[in-house]
Write a protein that binds this ligand. Structure first.
Ligand code: NAP
Length: 248
């Protein structure tokens, strides 16, 4: 099975691991990044080495015109698209809501919610059978924070991920008849760079000890769930919120 998959935030962490795993399955991958061109270039090379095709696509996944241009570049590179991973997401310093300023809250909502909605909208326009698309699968990267709440650390982020769960439930019903499956994964404590933005780079390793599986997860383990949801192996899974948390 071949897949042409766009991954927002594909240059590092969970997105990068998903791109590489897709490459190993012979997929064509659009590796979106915001500013780390070197990291995106390394992922592109790794996908090619693994047996897939790949292009790096610079775009701010929170800006409408750049999102539209990103999908145009996918079409130019691979002749179409049948998979999207809505993965770009940001976190900010740990603090209670009472201490957060409006700029921070707006940035979290801009990238994690508005950007995700616009990316999902563009995917719906390009992939729906009724709009000339070829169907496919969308995977939305939510978080266990959507059900845990992020108290004292980042309820803004948790709330933004709650929106991803609702988006998944609604869009899966809109797009099922259009040949597009929509599912979410909700990762728990995964070892990536994102924890540094909260001011606690070792957060996943340290809190990982309290998880039933007694450790943090890896980006590669998370990518396995994403690529399964993109693939035909999950052909009857739609509207699911899949926890990848080690039982947390
Ligand atoms: P990460 O290692 O910090 O990587 C973030 C990626 O997103 C990078 O590729 C970055 O690009 C890109 N990015 C950030 N803002 C962007 C924007 N505005 N436009 C385009 N790309 C942007 O993060 P991660 O841990 O892999 O997280 C990926 C997703 O998983 C996020 O949605 C996150 O909320 C979710 N998640 C993570 C965990 C965890 O424990 N790690 C748990 C639950 C959910 P550059 O390289 O150019 O900066």
């Amino acid at each position: 099975m071949s897949r042409r998959v766009l991954i927002t935030g594909g240059s590092r962490g969970i997105g990068a691991a998903s791109a590489k795993l897709g490459g190993a399955q012979g997929w064509s991958v659009g590796v979106n990044y915001l500013s780390n061109e070197t990291a995106a270039g390394d992922v592109v090379e790794a996908v090619k080495l693994a047996g897939g095709r790949a292009v790096a696509i610079q775009a701010d996944a929170a800006v409408e015109a750049e999102i539209v241009a990103m999908f145009d570049q996918m079409a130019e590179a691979f002749g179409g698209i049948d998979g999207v991973v809505i993965n770009a997401g940001v976190l900010d310093e740990r603090m209670p809501l009472a201490e957060m300023d409006a700029d921070r809250i707006r940035r979290i909502v801009d990238v994690n919610v508005t950007g995700a909605l616009l990316t999902a909208r563009e995917a719906a326009r390009r992939m729906s059978l009724g709009k000339g698309g070829q169907g496919g699968a969308i995977v939305i990267v939510s978080s266990a924070a959507a059900r845990l709440g992020g108290a004292g650390e980042y309820v803004d982020y948790a709330a933004s991920k709650g929106a991803m769960d609702a988006l998944t439930l609604g869009l899966s019903k809109e797009l099922g008849p259009e040949g597009v499956r929509v599912n979410a994964i909700r990762p728990g404590l995964i070892e990536t760079d994102i924890h540094a933005s909260s001011g606690w780079p070792q957060r996943a390793q340290e809190l990982g000890k309290s998880v039933p599986l007694q450790r943090a997860g890896t980006a590669e383990e998370t990518a396995e769930a994403i690529c399964w949801l993109l693939s035909d192996a999950s052909s009857y899974v739609n509207g699911a919120l899949l926890d990848v948390t080690g039982g947390r």
